[in-house]
Design a protein around this ligand. Sequence first.
Ligand SMILES: [Zn+2]
Length: 135
Amino acid sequence: MGFEKFGIMSYTKETKVEDFVKHLEDGRIMGTRCKKCGTIIFPPRADCAKCLSSNIEWTPLSGRGKLITHTTAHFAPAGFEAPYTLALAELEEGVRVFTRICKDDEKDKLKIGMYVQLVTKRLGDERITYELKKI
Ligand SMILES: [Zn+2]
């Protein structure tokens, strides 16, 4: 138990990587690294997406990266408030992350290639998630 606190809306309470929420609560951005092939995965997964090995370990991520692209959504699914901006960034570790960009940064002109930081974000009701911020 514990994963139900992740994100704006949760559809699952249990997962093999539920420690992810504890790491976020402690301010750590953690991915998983495959011990067999070295692939780093974020958000974390219990099985390697490349070689399917379950021999996985937690690995801290710097969270620093560059913006690859972004888009603003004008239709909001349950729990979201439109408009909001989604962004794809590549972290220093080579991992690509697709998530919301900080609400404060949405009004600024986002530029492809600019530096961003993946940070934890506390939501109401003890919920937590992550988002990208301009550096
Ligand atoms: Zn692997």
